[in-house]
Design a protein around this ligand. Structure first.
Ligand code: C2E
Ligand code: CA
Ligand code: CA
Length: 837
């Protein structure tokens, strides 16, 4: 309701109340007025009836007592008695206080006051002049009508009535010439008693004689002419005023109440209206928000790469978003109404519908499903579903085909070697764990082969990495071809492979497999027109005989492999218990070696190198020894590989270089010192810097220092090695190739690298005596060395014959037990001194 209509309503209400007030006042005044008229009427009626009764009685008596006329003049006592009776009667019935009989001269003949005869004159008793009235009464005698009037007797109004007696005879008396008739005169004084009686009879309250100043009041009746006889007054009930007194407050209260109620109702109505307005606005906002949300939902649904679906309780599609067609290529209309299981099947066993209604399902479900798209391809989709309140489900489908494929690929890559495609270490571990869980027995053991390619590194270095990769790929194929489908061939490092086999029952079978494997690998591999020859060493460990744990098995197979390599490569070894002991021993040595330098346990021996022609010493090779506090003397072949493996070779080499130079400094200038370097020193550590520093610190002339490096070094990083060698040459030191003739001898190395000399490996000298061919070989080697302007040294001269032979082939220098054993520094110093003398 608006404010204006509220004011209108209140105004209308006010008008109604004003009207009601007016009506009430009007009714009240009307009531009062009619009450007043009613009372006045009653008073008049009372007076009139009194007057009528009095005049009637007077008339009756006047007529009845007409014969008494005669006796009037004589003062008859009998008449007096009659009058007394009449007076008494009138006094009793009408309250007549004075009854008089007057003669024609208005003299009182008889008088009865209050019913008792007296002799008082009427005028005196009345204390009022009655002349005019009496005359009027006598005039009335002609019409036989009594006369009445109100007079005032001693301040109290009184009704007088008179009637001439003997009217019947009046007509005759007039004939006799008689003058005035006698009169009956009755007076009723309207005193308090009479008025009370009248009031009682006419139900008038408070009828009384009014005081002289009450003339103007409404409830009065003046008696006589202009009220000369007095004024009657009575109580006037005010029903109107009472009504007003009661009605107005009631009306006021009810108006107030109605206003109050209206106010409250209006307030409530206003509040309700406000609330309604608010809820309307809220509703409007909600509708706007709903519309926006619907639009957003539509946008999101259609913009999203997912398609949205809805199925009813019968698993039939009720809704499919437009995206469905784009993603799947299928027609929406063809699928609406179709059962969801017809399109989607879960990747786990069981139908999608049974998964959706499974009692153990969560509120929100996520399932991986597959379906066949329009092109007939299998697509993978992730379904998210939520149960609807009215039954059925709705959800979204996200195409995750690529994701699954990528995941599969990642999983594959994480478990396989990218280059060869063989399982990697992770897959191996998994496979191994799985096989070991099946508890292999001695009858059906699990065989693990640890296979390492021999001579692979040179191939890689010489022919390049691409060739190396090709070799590895070819080897992978050949290995895989030698085993069953269920077996596993894994590549776990550069040229390291592990094979897991479960179908071999005895050692013989294992050995024949190893033979096959090695033979297969030994077959030449053709790489860009070149034939490459490699071989392999195999270590074998078996579960449960050797170990039941995967890591242990791997370790034991590695130990066996190590053993196989140590025994000339291209062979296999079964793990044996003592191999482990050897390995433990090696570990212990490694730990001890760490402290060897600081503990001063390392020593240098010097083995002289002499010119073959004249036997003069030209220098000495520094050979390191380890004086172990418990194990005694340990030769370098036993600990240098450990130092190399354990990363301690630089420390040892530094010590050897320093010590060798430090001693050589004291030797004659024509003697050089020769120091062996490990291949590792070329790759790591700042060899040039170290050598420069040592030369500077020791003060030895650079040409007096010779560095011996093995041919294997040349097979690795050719460029890097060349660079280092040239830098060393720049420092002025000599470089010779150690152990020439074994391993990967390649004459090109001698040509490519800036060597100053070569040392023919001692194995050639050993075999020389056995075979003429070897002699020729040594001669050829010396020839090559000379052709390349290298100083050729023969190692391992143990006999005079060997020396002679070397002399015959013009070998430059020689070294060997025959010439001198490696000597302690003191012994060597003594030797030097003795040769000088
Ligand atoms: P290598 O460089 O060929 O050293 C010569 C080895 O032949 C020495 O063995 C020496 O004692 C031994 N020898 C010398 N004359 C004869 C002989 O007439 N007959 C026989 N059968 N052997 C002879 P050693 O001292 O045991 O050294 C073994 C290898 O250890 C060395 O072979 C060398 O490659 C390495 N080596 C020695 N000292 C060091 C070093 O300080 N640093 C590095 N990196 N390697 C070292
Ligand atoms: Ca050497
Ligand atoms: Ca050597």
């Amino acid at each position: 309701m608006t404010r204006a209509s509220l004011f209108k309503f209140v105004g209308l209400l006010a008008c109604v109340f004003l009207l009601a007030c007016y009506l009430l006042v009007y009714i009240a005044s009307d009531l009062d007025r009619s009450e007043q008229e009613d009372r006045a009427f009653h008073v008049e009626k009372a007076l009139k009836s009194l007057e009528a009764a009095l005049t009637g009685s007077i008339k009756d008596y006047a007529i009845l007592n007409d014969p008494l006329e005669y006796k009037l003049s004589e003062k008859d006592m009998g008449w007096s008695h009659s009058l007394e009776k009449i007076g008494l009667e009138l006094h009793r019935t009408l309250g007549v206080q004075g009854l008089f009989v007057l003669n024609g001269q208005n003299q009182t003949i008889y008088s009865a006051v209050n019913g008792e005869l007296t002799s008082v004159q009427a005028e005196r008793w009345a204390n009022h002049s009655l002349g005019p009235f009496l005359n009027e009464a006598r005039a009335g005698a002609k019409t036989s009508a009594p006369t009445s009037a109100f007079i005032n007797i001693n301040g109290i109004p009184a009704l007088v009535a008179a009637m001439a007696t003997g009217q019947t005879r009046t007509r005759s008396s007039s004939s006799t010439g008689s003058s005035s008739p006698s009169l009956f005169l009755a007076v009723v004084v309207l005193d308090e008693a009479k008025l009370r009686k009248m009031a009682e009879d006419y139900d008038i309250t408070g009828l009384r004689v009014a005081p002289s100043d009450a003339h103007h009041e409404a409830s009065i009746l003046p008696l006589g002419h202009n009220g000369e006889a007095g004024v009657l007054q009575w109580d006037l009930p005010k029903p109107g005023r009472n009504l007003l007194e009661l009605g107005l407050p009631l009306l006021g209260i009810s108006a107030l109440l109605i206003f109050l109620m209206t106010w409250v109702i209006m307030r409530r109505a206003t509040a309700a209206a406000h609330a309604l307005d608010d809820s309307y606005i809220f509703l409007q906002n909600a509708q706007v928000a709903l519309a926006a949300s619907e639009e957003r939902f539509r946008d999101v649904v259609e913009a999203s790469s997912d398609w949205v679906w809805e199925i009813d309780a019968e698993w039939r599609f009720k809704y499919l978003s437009e995206r469905f067609e784009i993603v799947t290529g299928l027609h929406r209309n063809a699928w609406l109404g179709a059962v969801i299981d017809g399109l989607l099947s879960t990747t786990e066993p069981g139908m999608l519908s049974s998964k959706l209604c499974s009692p153990r399902r969560r509120h929100d479900l996520h399932l991986q499903c597959s379906y066949i798209d329009a092109t007939g391809q299998i697509r993978i989709t992730r379904i998210s579903a939520r149960e609807m309140t009215n039954g059925g489900f709705r959800g979204a489908a996200t195409d995750i085909t690529e994701e699954v494929e990528a995941r599969r690929r990642i999983e594959f890559l994480s478990q396989h070697d990218a280059m060869t495609g063989l399982p990697n270490r992770i897959r191996l571990q998994e496979f191994l764990d799985g096989k070991l869980k099946a508890f292999p027995t001695d009858d059906r053991p699990l065989v693990m082969l640890s296979l390492d390619l021999d001579r692979f590194k040179p191939v890689n270095d010489m022919l390049g990495h691409a060739a190396g990769d090709s070799v590895l790929n070819e080897v992978s194929i050949r290995l895989a071809a030698c085993v069953r489908q269920d077996d596993l061939v894994a590549r776990i490092g550069g040229d390291e492979f592990v094979l897991i086999l479960t179908d071999l029952t005895c050692q013989g079978e294992v050995e024949s497999l190893c033979e096959r494997l090695i033979k297969s690998i030994e077959r030449p591999i053709k790489i860009s027109g070149q034939e490459v020859f490699i071989s392999a060493s195999i270590g074998i460990a078996m579960a449960p005989n050797d170990a039941r744990e995967a890591t242990e098995l791997l370790r034991y197979a590695d130990i066996a492999l190590y053993e196989a390599k140590a025994h000339g490569r291209n062979t296999w070894r079964f793990y044996a218990g003592d191999m482990n002991a050897k390995l433990i021993e090696r570990r212990r040595l490694e730990i001890d070696l760490r402290n060897a330098i600081t503990n001063g346990e390392l020593q240098l021996q010097f083995q002289p190198r002499s010119r073959i022609v004249d036997g003069n010493m030209v220098g000495a090779e520094a050979l390191v020894r380890w004086l172990h506090p418990e194990r005694g003397l340990i030769l370098p072949d036993a600990f240098i590989p450990i130092a190399e493996d354990a990363g301690m070779i630089l420390t040892i080499s530094d010590w050897v270089l320093e010590t060798a130079c430090f001693h050589a400094k004291c030797w004659p200038d024509n003697l050089f010192v020769s120091v062996n370097l490990s291949p590792a020193e070329f790759k790591q550590g700042n060899l040039i810097g170290r050598v420069r520093k040592i030369l500077a610190e020791s003060g030895i002339k650079p040409h007096r220092l010779e560095l011996e490096i093995t041919e294997s070094l040349m097979l690795e990083d050719v460029e890097g090695v060349l660079e280092v060698m040239h830098a060393l040459k720049c420092l002025g030191v000599r470089i010779s190739m150690d152990d020439f003739g074994i391993g990967y001898s390649s004459l090109s190395h001698l040509r490519t690298f800036p060597f100053d000399g070569m040392k023919i490996d001692r194995s050639f000298l050993n075999k020389m005596s056995e075979n003429e061919d070897h002699r020729a070989l040594i001669e050829a080697m010396v020839g090559i060395g000379h052709a390349l302007a290298l100083t050729v040294t023969a190692e391992g001269i143990e006999t005079s014959e060997q020396l002679d032979l070397l002399k015959s082939v013009s070998c430059d220098e020689g070294q060997g037990y025959y010439l001198s054993l490696p000597l302690d520094i003191d012994e060597f110093t003594d030797l030097v001194k003795s040769t000088l003398m």
